[in-house]
Design a protein around this ligand. Structure first.
Ligand SMILES: Nc1ncnc2c1ncn2[C@@H]1O[C@H](COP(=O)(O)OP(=O)(O)OP(=O)(O)O)[C@@H](O)[C@H]1O
Ligand SMILES: [Mg+2]
Length: 419
């Protein structure tokens, strides 16, 4: 029997499904004790396109992780992405409070709830209400108002919302696979947990998780979330471009992209040729590797330009001083860091999940940023008090904290948000 509190996370990606089980020991040190990694099916651009396919791949991934960890998983934190995700910055205030009573946690909850109520009224699902700035009697710039004197408490929150149908369909696929989501976490927020360092968030940083189906963006300023955005372009489109440009099957294009791809064609010997199969069985063409890289370069450059536009649309002149951090499987493309350095003024780096004792070697890879971030999110936002090696494993600690509705997810998140 294993000892400790168990945490579980599932990243249902467009390319792969990854379930992680983590265990915290008495010293609250996290250790990954179960990994279930299976190629994805039934997902398109981060959304469910075939319920039973998603059910099957989630089930397979969960079973693999359960077998390794020796626990059963009935609930987990789950990542969410897709172009249906949108955000608004919402303001709310608590007026006429008794000045002589310092602000308490209840006041903070109440004003954040007011932001939630405003956002929920406009339809869809509210996923996160993240307070990014408070004002006490009109003075903005307060990070944590608890204990302060004021008669009016105002908050500006970044509210992340999604459409009902894609969210309900993902939840349905998970339920069919025997898993109840304890919380849905926007994927770029999860990835940020795994690859950003505190100083970067303080200085301000742009994180882009370039996955298989989408590129998920989050911008942090002064330690807080400033902007989130989902760009419906990922590795799938890069591969599709190669497939169309060289009239080669998708599978062969994918293999060539991963094996020979480079975002800077000039780095490749102009004489080097690669072989790509045509659609007929025996047809094989020779094409210059540089040409393949040119196709990838154009798509990657276009994506980075969209990122720049989104930075401007978020209200910033350019990338903040912490620069740009690129993660996700497609960030493994050689030459990408260099390409981005030529386009962005500040520092650029590839975000590999933090090298730490608890991250197994095989997960120190940008593809696992979301899954590892979800596990950290679970550990940070749960008390971990239920399952203490009692055989229920990841199943247990959700107990009282297990949530049944989206409003409650919000409620819990709002209470747990770090301010
Ligand atoms: N060396 C490489 N060069 C370029 N692309 C790569 C490389 N290795 C993996 N990829 C791409 O990474 C993508 C998968 O990334 P990832 O595992 O982050 O996606 P995902 O989480 O399943 O998808 P999403 O988050 O978009 O739903 C695939 O498109 C794959 O082709
Ligand atoms: Mg992903």
């Amino acid at each position: 029997m294993k000892k400790g509190a168990f945490f579980a996370a599932i990243d249902v990606g467009t390319s792969k499904v990854c379930t992680l089980v983590g265990r915290q020991d008495a010293a609250r040190e996290m250790q990954v004790v179960g990994v279930g990694l299976v190629p994805s099916r039934g997902m398109r651009k981060g959304m469910v396109s075939n319920l039973s396919d998603v059910q099957q791949v989630v089930q397979a991934s969960v079973r693999e992780a359960e077998a390794q960890a020796g626990v059963s998983i009935s609930s987990a934190y789950v990542g969410l992405t897709g172009s249906h995700i949108n955000y608004i910055n919402s303001r709310a205030s608590l007026d006429n409070r008794r000045y002589e009573n310092p602000v308490g946690g209840g006041d903070v909850d109440q004003v954040i709830q007011a932001c939630y109520a405003q956002s929920a009224a406009s339809g869809g699902r509210v996923l996160h209400v993240i307070p990014r700035n408070f004002a006490v009697d009109g003075h903005w710039g307060v990070r944590n108002p608890v204990g302060m004197y004021t008669s009016t408490l105002e908050v500006e929150s970044h509210v992340v919302r999604g459409d009902s149908s894609p969210i309900d369909n993902l939840v349905e696929a998970l339920h069919r696979a025997g898993v109840t989501p304890r919380g849905l976490v926007l994927e770029p927020l999860a990835s940020a947990e795994a690859v950003l360092v505190g100083e970067e968030r303080e200085m301000g940083v742009v994180l882009v998780d370039i996955g298989g189906g989408t590129s998920d963006m989050s911008i942090f300023l002064d330690g807080n979330i400033w902007h989130t955005g989902i760009i419906p372009v990922g590795g799938f489109q890069f591969t599709q471009d190669v497939s169309i440009a060289f009239t080669t099957p998708f599978g062969a294009a994918e293999e060539a992209k991963v094996r020979y791809g480079n975002a800077i064609p000039e780095m490749i010997d102009a004489e080097e040729m690669i072989r790509l199969p045509g659609f007929g069985e025996s047809m094989v063409y020779k094409v210059p590797r540089q040409k393949l890289c040119q196709v990838l370069h154009e798509r990657m450059e276009e994506l980075l330009r969209i990122v720049m536009v989104q930075i401007k649309e978020s209200g910033l002149e350019s990338a903040p001083p912490g620069g740009l951090v690129l993660t996700g499987g497609s960030a493994k493309m050689p030459g990408l860091e260099q390409l981005a350095r030529g386009m962005f003024p500040g520092p650029v780096r590839i975000g590999v999940p933090k090298a730490a004792a608890w991250v197994p070697r095989n997960l120190e890879d940008p593809s696992f940023a979301t899954a590892l971030g979800l596990l950290l999110w679970d550990a940070r936002h749960e008390t971990g008090n239920g399952s203490s090696g009692n055989g229920n494993g990841a199943n247990g600690h959700g107990g009282a904290a297990r949530l049944s509705g989206f409003k409650q997810w919000f409620t819990n998140l709002a209470q747990r948000v770090h301010i």
